[in-house]
Design a protein around this ligand. Structure first.
Ligand SMILES: Cc1ncc(COP(=O)(O)O)c(C=O)c1O
Length: 421
């Protein structure tokens, strides 16, 4: 069954206005279920963890359920493999610090030019500190796909870590992460996946990927501002966490320094409940996942993400059509309609004669919200030679956006293009 956009949009209070939210890769709107969970938490369970009294017990129960829900979303083998934190960047710096104690001078780390800087600089700084060597993997500038030959040649017996994005927040490319994990493991490396940009768009299964770590951010998939890290339990157990003495010695607690954003964690449970509803309501026809051994919430979440992914192909196609029909537009990234399964509907472009910031401002006047610049994917705009001239304009619909919104965007963009001398 196709998504019913009226029903879907009714789940997001911010979507009752005229605004067209195409800024989603920078942060999505939040579902009512997440807001309810946060409000409920703050009213009924607002206490710190582990106390001998009712509000603390209720708080512990909500946080545990949220951790379980995230484990289900990622298909982790147990909830203790999920660590909450401020955001993806902070979690990545934290894990890089723990990992750095295990790396030695001469070890090699592989990063890619397609990644957000949050999955580059923590590793570059680690390498500087420990005397490790960084290998940069390039992407094909003509279509925004990762150069897998370059990746293969970056690997060696000295590679200790591969850091790679699931999907690019700049060009929308989905990387073949399962294959990358296999290649990384064959070289004897750990593989760290940044799934921040992919999480709102498709199903994630950390066990099937076999990755060692995977990170995502709640505010990018319909929840509040917080980050989540999956790590294989044994690895998390072995690593030394930077923690205070009274804090737990086992995962996940040993990595959750200080008091957490507990209402945010409760809100994340609401966001996942929303996705579970999407799966239960629209996901049944996507039976591909029945045979994969998912059950209960895990199954419904996979069905949800599959239904979302199917709908988003239409968004990608419509968006690429509108952009390519507009005179003066150059799209950066995959445009081949036969390869839409290799991208999410996050599309970056330039309009000749209009600097990205100016274009974003003109779209804002029509209540159309897009990002401009490098969105912290600095290596991408540098590689494309666009950094010095203002970067790129990014249009990023998600499943609550409609074909009509893309059409309206196309009309406004067409008018702006026609007004350039
Ligand atoms: C692909 C990607 N990775 C990492 C991040 C950083 O996430 P956070 O804001 O949770 O630190 C972002 C945020 O834009 C992103 O898009």
């Amino acid at each position: 069954m196709a998504l019913d956009l009226t029903e879907i949009r009714a789940q997001f209070p911010a979507l009752n206005r005229e605004d067209i939210f195409f800024d989603n890769p920078g942060g999505t709107q939040i579902t009512q279920k997440a807001i309810d969970r946060m409000e409920g938490y703050l009213i009924d369970s607002n206490a710190n963890q582990g106390g001998a009294f009712a509000t603390s017990r209720r708080s512990d129960a909500v946080l545990k359920e949220s951790r379980r829900a995230v484990a289900d979303f990622l298909n982790a083998s147990c909830q203790d493999e999920i660590i909450f934190g401020a955001n993806m960047t902070t979690l990545t710096f934290s894990i890089s610090r723990a990992l750095s104690r295990t790396f030695k001078p001469g070890d090699e780390i592989v990063v890619t030019r397609l990644d957000h800087d949050a999955n580059i600089t923590p590793w570059v700084m680690l390498a500087e500190e420990r005397g490790c060597r960084i290998h940069w993997v390039d992407f094909h500038p003509e279509d925004g796909t990762l150069d897998l030959e370059d990746f293969q040649s970056a690997l060696s017996r000295k590679t200790c870590l591969v850091a790679v994005g699931y999907a690019s927040n700049a060009l929308g490319t989905i990387n073949p992460v399962k294959k990358i994990v296999q290649m990384g493991h064959e070289a004897g490396a750990l593989v760290y996946i940044d799934a921040v940009q992919y999480a709102p768009h498709g199903p994630i299964d950390v066990q099937s990927l076999g990755c060692d770590f995977l990170v995502c951010s709640g505010y990018k998939f319909f929840g509040p501002h917080l980050g989540m890290l999956y790590g294989k339990y044994d690895l998390l157990d072995q690593l030394t966490a930077y923690k205070v003495r009274p804090a737990p010695n086992d995962p996940p607690g040993k990595f959750e320094t200080g008091t957490q954003n507990q209402e945010g964690i409760a809100g994340m449970l609401g966001a996942i409940e929303y996705l579970e509803w999407v799966g239960a309501t629209y996901g049944e026809s996507h039976s591909e996942y029945y045979s994969s051994g998912y059950e209960g919430r895990r199954l419904r979440l996979k069905q949800a993400m599959f239904a979302i992914r199917a709908y988003e192909y239409e968004l990608s196609r419509a968006l690429l059509d509108v952009l390519e029909e507009t005179p003066g537009v150059t799209v950066y990234g995959l445009t081949d309609r036969q390869r839409l399964d290799e991208r999410v509907p996050t599309v970056s472009f330039r309009l000749k004669g209009k600097p990205p910031r100016r274009l974003a401002e003109e779209l804002d006047k029509e209540n159309i919200y897009v990002w401009d610049g490098n969105y912290y994917a600095l290596a991408v705009t540098e590689r494309l030679g666009l950094e010095a001239s203002g970067g790129i304009v990014r249009v990023g619909p998600v499943h609550y956006n409609t074909g009509e919104e893309i059409k309206r965007f196309g009309e406004v963009l067409g008018r702006i293009a026609a007004s350039i001398d």
